[in-house]
Design a protein around this ligand. Structure first.
Ligand SMILES: [Zn+2]
Length: 339
């Protein structure tokens, strides 16, 4: 699989999908090897206070000798003109606060070791006042394009993993305290010997189409004027296709025929994988589930395009480019994708 082939996949256009780390799963059960990697001068880590990323302002101050120069290279100006970096050397991260959890993410394209480190979530408030750092939630980092996409993928991976550790301190089988193993890729229970592995929760998100129109809807919590695809968790015993048909029936009262997978997106809030599909509606009449959706209706192809291009007469908009809903709408509206 070449880099070019990966970049040409539809999934590659979604936020959090650009993850170029070589995960080196072969090293995870070799703690001596991973400890040696952590001591290398080129080892770097992302840092999260609880589940809130801590970014470095390389121009603000030299945190430790050698750090600032390297981070200038990985940081780039934000749309607001500020330079931010996601990667700390491990000594700097340890000097800020003791690690609550640390995971081995793998190696970057140059073979440099990469880690994810969580410190106490209470520190998010303290560090916000420190001019060396920008402490900001991952959703805002993504939507405001504060980091290169190639840093957003590993940061999302680290957030999902570290968040899982923070919420799985105790064994689901016997209630005993668990401990991290495999360089952060599992938790083990010394009381009953159960092993627990990080979860990924599948969510289907679908563009439901009928002829030259598509169903878009909004939840009350969406920003004003924003309409998106409908979505829902896959339940045990379901295929993705059946989950799409069930959710579309439950949320919009539409029966679906053909369903086709188009693209997916890691969505670390906290640990979902969005499975993007296009589905054929067999019905015209929408019956919205008003407990889930504030509004929803059919949109023509032209109207959808005007929303994507931010020139809709009524100021309606689609979600931004990093959201997979945007990818699905573009695939249908511009490229003629069909169920
Ligand atoms: Zn146990």
């Amino acid at each position: 699989m070449t880099e070019q082939m990966i970049r040409s996949e539809l999934s590659a256009s979604t936020g959090f999908s650009d993850n170029r780390l070589n995960r080196r799963a072969d090293l995870r059960d070799n703690p001596q090897a991973v400890a040696a990697l952590a001591k290398r001068p080129d080892a770097l880590t992302v840092l999260l206070a609880g589940d809130v990323p801590v970014l470095l302002r390389p121009g603000a101050a030299n945190i430790s000798p050698g750090t600032a120069a390297r981070d200038w290279q990985v940081a780039r100006p934000t749309p607001q003109g500020e330079l931010l970096g996601a990667w700390f050397d491990l000594a700097t991260a340890a000097a800020i606060a003791p690690a609550r959890d640390q995971i081995f993410l793998g190696e970057d394209e140059a073979g440099a070791p990469r880690f994810g480190t969580a410190i106490d979530k209470m520190l998010a408030e303290t560090l916000k006042d420190d001019p060396r750092f920008q402490v900001i939630d991952l959703r805002s980092i993504a939507f405001q394009k504060l980091l290169p996409t190639s840093d957003l993928g590993p940061l999302g991976e680290a957030k999902a993993m570290l968040d899982w550790h923070s919420r799985h301190r105790f064994c689901a089988q016997c209630g005993g305290a668990t401990a991290a193993g495999s360089s952060g890729w599992k938790r083990e229970c010394p009381s009953c010997t159960a092993q627990h592995f990080p979860r990924t929760d599948p969510v289907v998100i679908m563009l439901v189409v009928r002829g030259d129109k598509c169903l878009l809807a909004r939840q009350a919590r969406f920003v004003a004027g924003s309409y998106s695809c409908i979505a829902g968790f896959v339940e045990p015993g379901e295929t993705f296709e059946n989950a799409v048909r069930r959710e579309t029936w439950e949320e919009a009262g539409l029966r679906c025929g053909k369903v086709r997978y188009l693209a997916c997106q890691p969505w670390p809030f906290p640990s979902s994988l969005m499975i993007g599909c296009i589905a054929e509606s067999l019905d015209d009449t929408i019956t919205l589930d008003k407990t889930e959706l504030e509004d929803g209706r059919w949109f023509s192809r032209e109207e959808t395009v005007s929303m994507i291009e931010r020139r809709h007469e009524g100021q309606l908009v689609t979600p931004p480019g990093l959201a997979i809903a945007n990818t699905l709408m573009r695939a249908w509206a511009y490229d003629g994708a069909l169920p």
